[in-house]
Design a binder for this molecule. Structure first.
Ligand SMILES: N=C(N)NCCCC[C@H](N)C(=O)O
Ligand SMILES: O=C(O)CCC(=O)C(=O)O
Ligand SMILES: [Fe+2]
Length: 328
């Protein structure tokens, strides 16, 4: 489902952080749950405030990202992504492809560690360790803390979404997403004038229209540059303008399936039309790697027992996407 939304709602999720999960009647919780339900039905996107993560950490992660992309290419390419690194590491501008077109962004891609043989053939393509930059020198220690905090935050938001869908708070625990996979992308989008200097085919699309693959995405975007756009049902592109201190949160493909299409994994894209270089850091909270995803019974009931979405295995979906993201 989706609608002709014209703006993206802001939701204060603080009541979800108090672990009053037995107390579904709690007034704060039920209010947030109502707002989440509406946002996910109408837009599949919302801003998260009241998340408890310090502004200084959020900014530090972006600042480190900017510092890394500021390094000369020879430095950055030391942590180059390839099929040998399990698609982990640095990709230069134009290497990522969306809908057949090279994207005007550079990025570092990271995935939760997959040990050899851990998921058999399913996980083989992305087996390996992440390629963290040596510079800035504290990159990994800061990012490690950030990942832990965003994992907890995502789990709490997902509990709220489980209630919003009419389930119990722990609906996505256990074999569904109790051992959540995660993906992280540090992204840099050149401004208009630098892009021309790189002799790339002229292209102002920082990242082409796509949906995200898992459950929830939390985007930490540059404070100043509007660039992220979200498509409504009429096909209009609605700006997700930066709101300092918030994350932009959106629903991924797996939550769409579990919700039987009640919640949309909405198309979005990035266009940096400003002369400034934009950075963003996207954290993707995902199901268990080997989870089988099919519409939840209580979500099917809401739609007259009709199954609107096809079954998937999360790891298979992710690997299929990763393998097609870099074919020129
Ligand atoms: N994990 C996520 N969402 N990554 C987004 C990467 C950019 C879109 C990708 N080329 C695609 O076509 O899906
Ligand atoms: O840079 C952004 O604001 C969003 C990036 C994005 O959509 C993605 O990496 O999946
Ligand atoms: Fe995305």
């Amino acid at each position: 489902m989706s609608s002709n939304f014209k703006s993206i709602p802001i939701i204060d999720v603080s009541p979800l952080l108090c672990n009053k999960w037995g107390d579904v009647e709690n007034e704060g919780v039920s209010e947030v749950v109502k707002q989440l339900d509406q946002a996910c039905k109408e837009a599949g996107f919302f801003y998260v405030k009241g998340h408890g993560i310090s502004d200084s950490l959020i900014k530090e992660v972006r600042d480190m990202t900017r510092k890394f992309f500021d390094l000369p290419y020879d430095e950055k390419v030391k942590i180059k992504m390839s099929s040998e690194t399990g698609f982990r590491g640095y990709q230069r501008i134009g290497e990522n492809v969306t809908q057949g077109k090279a994207d005007m962004h550079e990025a570092i891609d990271c995935y939760r560690e997959v040990k050899p043989g851990m998921y058999g053939d399913l996980g083989k393509a992305i087996e390996g360790f992440n390629k963290w930059p040596d510079s800035p020198s504290n990159f990994y220690s800061v990012v490690g803390e950030y990942i832990n905090l965003l994992t907890d935050l995502s789990r709490n938001i997902l509990r709220g979404l489980a209630l919003a869908l009419g389930g119990c708070p722990g609906e996505f625990e256990g074999e569904r997403a109790g051992d959540p996979f995660w993906v992280m992308r540090f992204i840099g989008y050149p401004g208009i004038s630098d892009a021309k200097g790189l002799e790339m085919p002229e292209n102002d699309i920082g990242c082409g229209a796509h949906t995200d693959y898992g459950l929830l995405t939390l985007v930490n975007q540059d404070d100043e540059i509007p660039a992220l756009q979200v498509r409504n049902q009429a096909g209009e592109w609605i700006w997700a303008v930066p709101i300092p201190g918030t994350f932009v949160c959106n629903i991924g493909d797996m939550l769409k399936i579990w919700s039987n299409g009640l919640y949309e994994s909405t198309l979005h894209r990035v266009i940096n039309n400003s002369p400034k270089y934009r950075v963003s850091v996207a954290f993707f909270y995902e199901p268990n790697f080997d989870a089988v995803i099919e519409p939840l019974e209580f979500c099917k009931q809401k739609l007259g027992e009709i199954e609107k979405c096809e079954r998937a295995i999360y790891g298979e979906h992710l690997v299929r996407k990763v393998l097609t993201n870099f074919v020129a």
